[in-house]
Ligand binder design. Sequence first.
Ligand SMILES: [Zn+2]
Ligand SMILES: [Zn+2]
Length: 315
Amino acid sequence: MHIHFLGTSSGVPSQTRNTSSTAISFDKTKSWVMVDCGEATQHQLQKSPLSFFYLDVICISHVHGDHCYGLPGLFSSMAMNGKKSAVHLIAPKEVISWLHATFHMSDTKLNFDLITHDISEMAGSSDFNFCDIEVIPLKHRVSSFGFKVSEKLIPKKLKIEKLTKDGIKSGPHYNKLQKGEDVEFGSELLLSKDYTFQSWQTRRVIVCGDNEKPTLVANWCYDIDVLVHESTFTHSDLHKVGFHTGHSDAKRVAEFAQLHQIPTLILTHFSVRYHGEHGLECLRLEANHCYCGNLILAEDFFIFSIEKIKLHLEK
Ligand SMILES: [Zn+2]
Ligand SMILES: [Zn+2]
């Protein structure tokens, strides 16, 4: 499972950072998920290993332009290049209406299915064939959300000892059980879940939209590998610009990640005031002071790969 940073700036782009977009790709499928799509994200994509032919789900955290202005251009290019597979769009209903109005105005016809989901009506976990996505309500100047993405396509291994003990000799049913199918064996129904185990631990990541209150993620973060959270300012700069901006600072995000023992914290969405050389050091120092885990300050095109934790059958 890999997290690709396509845009790490807040509000406006600079020479080194584009506006928000983060992608999540997987090991056992080419399908991938995009969270937010700032203007010119399609240009960033061309410099990344990702292809929009396999982009299956787009999540938009909130209505601000630095998180969604890239959508019309991206969709238009996908259509012109002949994408055929469906795209799910999880977004505020305003973004969905705006997109349809833009397609109508510009005579843009999509030759693939665009399946839209109003984010305010999404409850619990959405089940896609390669991942699960949970929507997390956050706090910002407008309603904003985070997304917990859990991988699903994890190969299974057979519990050979248990199969042998239960008198089930090898045959084509072994293969079916391993693929997750329940099979009839004599007069019995063998359940795949009884005879297999995952070859590695499910990996999970939370990618947040703009959010002034990191503690809102608390109920979702107990089993995650990585938290990607905005850190638009340092703590003292946020005091100067004012809390009405609805953003977080490095200190409060790091304190939250430390309290919940989150293994890796990746900060992103940096104000342009920090984009110059060594500009991020004040944010890094502030976060390092409160957080002992693996701290990363994202750059455009940085890819973080979450290592697999292999599972072994308990005897
Ligand atoms: Zn933003
Ligand atoms: Zn915003």
